[in-house]
Design a binder for this molecule. Structure first.
Ligand code: SAM
Length: 351
């Protein structure tokens, strides 16, 4: 799940209890960071023995470039309660926040501290309320639009947090497994459903699903196109890609999964067809440049006669990049909200 570039505010929030000496970390403290944005700056003293879990590839890449030890999935952390401090960077997705807190409770040492921080509009207020019901030991400091809170972990707190926040059932949509905090975690996206209806039924050759999420468009293409024999899924969110693997297990095609930041990383392979519903924001504000960069990437890795099938919100200005990078384009469908476009015969990028 993307952080939306919230690093500066979160850095200040997390620093507060440490700068007030309310919390301290000795040099040997083991610190775990859950879901940190790529530009998070930690207070001195917290970075000696640090592990971060970040499954959103653009943030993961930034953190590793800063020399941090990062894994994409909290399942890779041993359940041995060996972290003295676990810092949870809250997001606006309740289920995701709860899953992170349940993980924090699982891996934090007896006597260790869980710190959680986030914007008030990101559900930090609701999390503070929920935590204060579970322990009398919760402390918090507000700052501007955010809250940082912390609590000591003993067995009673650990058990209470895991019982309260461990998800009873996996998120799902239309019978598919989805990812908490990922795109369309509770229902099939209406834009993707519209694109699926307009995919030709004769797709074959090498097909790629760009920004594949939990695999809805891949599953739809496989159902609609009996000749489709190979499918490559590219997605930045680790948990969504893991869900896609489960959703597509046992299908007849040869399938490959790629955890990639399509805006910044190269793609191996050349494709006859690419299907996509590109992202247009990582935070709250629209970022059409992100979708445009991924359309550029698609143009660069299609074969000469290749085709791109794309759905987007109508107001997103993708026509410029499509006109520049494809010899032909046509509108396949339009609703008050969405447009479905077929662009064909990519042309080289001008230098
Ligand atoms: C609009 S959703 C479409 C998901 C899926 N195709 C569907 O139809 O349900 C866009 C997807 O792009 C992913 N994404 C965001 N930034 C990305 C990037 N830089 N590279 C690759 N995928 C990205 C998001 O995680 C999200 O799953």
């Amino acid at each position: 799940m993307s952080s939306g570039g919230a690093g500066r505010d979160l850095s200040k929030l997390i620093a507060r209890p440490f700068s007030h000496d309310t919390l301290s970390a000795d040099a040997s403290a083991r610190v775990l960071l859950l879901a940190p944005p790529g530009d998070l700056q930690l207070p001195d003293g917290l970075t000696n023995d640090l592990l971060a879990v970040q499954g959103f590839r653009p943030d993961y890449l930034k953190l590793t470039q800063h020399g941090l030890n990062v894994v994409p999935d909290s399942a890779e952390i041993a359940n041995d309660g060996s972290f003295d401090i676990v810092i949870v960077c809250l997001s606006r997705h309740r289920r995701w926040n709860e899953q992170m807190l349940s993980t924090a409770a699982r891996v934090c040492a007896e006597g260790g501290t869980i710190v959680a921080a986030g914007g008030k509009t990101d559900g930090a207020g609701a999390i503070r309320k929920a935590l204060s019901r579970l322990t009398d030991d919760l402390q918090s400091l507000p700052k501007h639009h955010g809250i940082v809170m912390w609590l000591r972990v003993d067995n009673a707190v650990r058990t209470a947090l895991i019982a309260a926040f461990h998800p009873e059932e996996e998120p799902s949509a239309a019978g598919f497994v989805t990812a908490p905090g990922g795109f369309s975690a509770e229902r099939v996206d209406a834009g993707s459903a519209l694109l699926a209806q307009h995919l030709p039924s004769d797709l074959d050759g090498a097909v790629a699903d760009f920004c594949a999420g939990w695999g809805y468009l891949s599953a739809a293409a496989l159902k609609r196109c009996p000749a489709l024999a190979s499918l490559d899924l590219f997605e930045a969110d680790w948990a969504s890609l893991e869900a896609a693997k489960r959703n597509l297990t046992g299908t007849r095609a040869i399938i490959a999964y790629h955890w990639r930041d399509l805006a910044h990383e190269p793609v191996e392979g050349r494709f006859d067809t690419i299907v996509m519903n590109p992202p247009f924001h990582t935070g709250r504000a629209a970022e059409p440049a992100l979708g445009a960069a991924i359309i550029e990437r698609a143009a660069s890795c299609l074969k000469p006669g290749g085709r791109l099938f794309l759905v987007a919100n109508r107001q997103l200005p993708y026509e410029g990049v499509i006109d520049r990078r494809f010899a032909t384009a046509r509108l396949l469908a339009e609703t008050p909200i969405y447009k479905v476009i077929e662009a064909a015969r990519p042309v080289a990028a001008r230098q």
